[in-house]
Structure formats: structure tokens, C-alpha cells
Design a protein around this ligand. Structure first.
Ligand code: SF4
Length: 172
């Protein structure tokens, strides 16, 4: 049975920068949990960042720019946390590889987990099109990344990936 990677905050873990969760109630999520499909991670906490922690934003680009080394992730205190974010993204990728995960559902707008939109980098509350650092790294490695607002699409993708594994006779 294919597993799916989920942002820990969506499952109710209080791991966000403000010490809160982003609990998402959904029949699809509950079914995945019941079937033992869910593997969760908070990339930022996995990298050693504290709870709570200062808010951080990608400094004027998106996760792909961070992976290329041309943009940093900065806290609103001026602290550069790029290395922490890269370490967290790599932790998530390792988890996906270890569990043969091809589908992830990550929390939208986060500088780690956002999959279509992130904050602009000036801490003004403005959002721009783009992805977080973890979402960029997973996508670059062939993993399909969805937000918590796309659970139906993620479920379809999971079913397709399972069908593909069955047709190809790949066991997992
Ligand atoms: S890094 Fe991802 S999992 Fe962790 S709190 Fe932020 S959005 Fe949630």
C-alpha cells in the first residue's frame, strides 16, 4: 500500500512557528490514517528548529531559488535560517525515499511546505506564487506535492500511483 507524506501540523501536531497546529479535518485524511498510509514530518522541527520560533520567509523568491543557492530564508529577526530549511527539506526527501512515497500533502503558504503560494519575503502578509523549500525539493525528485486544499486530487494521484505499481508488479 502506497504511503503519503503529510505536513505534521495538518495532523494536529503543534509544530508551527507560533506553537500552534493547522489541524485539517477531512474524510480522505482520516481514511489514509485508518489505513496506515500516513507518514508525517515537520521539516523545520526535524532540522532542529525550536517551537515556537521566529516567523521566517523566503527572501524574495521561492523554494527553487533557495535550492539553487541564490535566495535565503530569513527570520523576521534578520537571522538567516537557509541551512535549517535545506536540512529539513532533505529530511523530508529521505523519508519519502525510505518509504517509496510519491505523493505528499503539505501545508500551503509555508516557506517549507507551500506548494503554490508563499509569503513574499517582506513580512507584510502579502503572498506570491511559488513553492516552499521542501515542496521544491520533493517536486524536483518526482514527488507530486499537493496542498491541504487539494486532498481529492492527492487521493486520485495516490490511486494512480498504486495502480502503476500493481501493473508493473512492484511490491512495497
Ligand atoms: S514546516 Fe511544514 S509541517 Fe512544519 S509547521 Fe511549517 S507548514 Fe507545518
Amino acid at each position: 500500500m502506497n504511503k503519503v507524506l503529510i505536513s505534521a501540523c495538518l495532523l494536529g501536531d503543534k509544530v508551527r512557528y507560533d506553537g500552534k497546529s493547522l489541524f485539517t479535518s477531512s474524510d480522505i485524511l482520516q481514511e489514509w490514517i485508518d489505513k496506515g498510509r500516513v507518514i508525517s514530518i515537520c521539516p523545520e522541527v526535524s532540522s532542529g528548529m525550536s517551537i515556537p520560533r521566529a516567523p521566517a520567509e523566503i527572501n524574495g523568491g521561492d523554494g527553487y531559488d533557495v535550492l539553487e543557492g541564490i535566495i535565503s530564508v530569513m527570520e523576521n529577526t534578520g537571522n538567516n535560517v537557509t541551512e535549517d530549511f535545506l536540512r529539513g527539506a532533505n529530511n523530508a526527501l529521505k523519508l519519502c525515499k525510505a518509504n517509496e512515497i510519491t505523493v505528499a500533502v503539505l501545508a500551503e503558504f509555508s516557506p517549507s511546505c507551500g506548494s503554490s503560494s508563499v509569503y513574499s519575503g517582506d513580512f507584510s502578509g502579502r503572498k506570491v506564487n511559488g513553492v516552499g523549500v521542501t515542496a521544491a525539493l520533493l517536486t524536483s525528485n518526482g514527488i507530486k506535492v499537493f496542498s491541504q486544499h487539494q486532498l481529492t486530487e492527492a487521493n486520485k494521484s495516490l490511486a494512480l500511483s498504486e495502480e502503476y505499481h500493481e501493473i508493473c508488479g512492484i511490491s512495497y
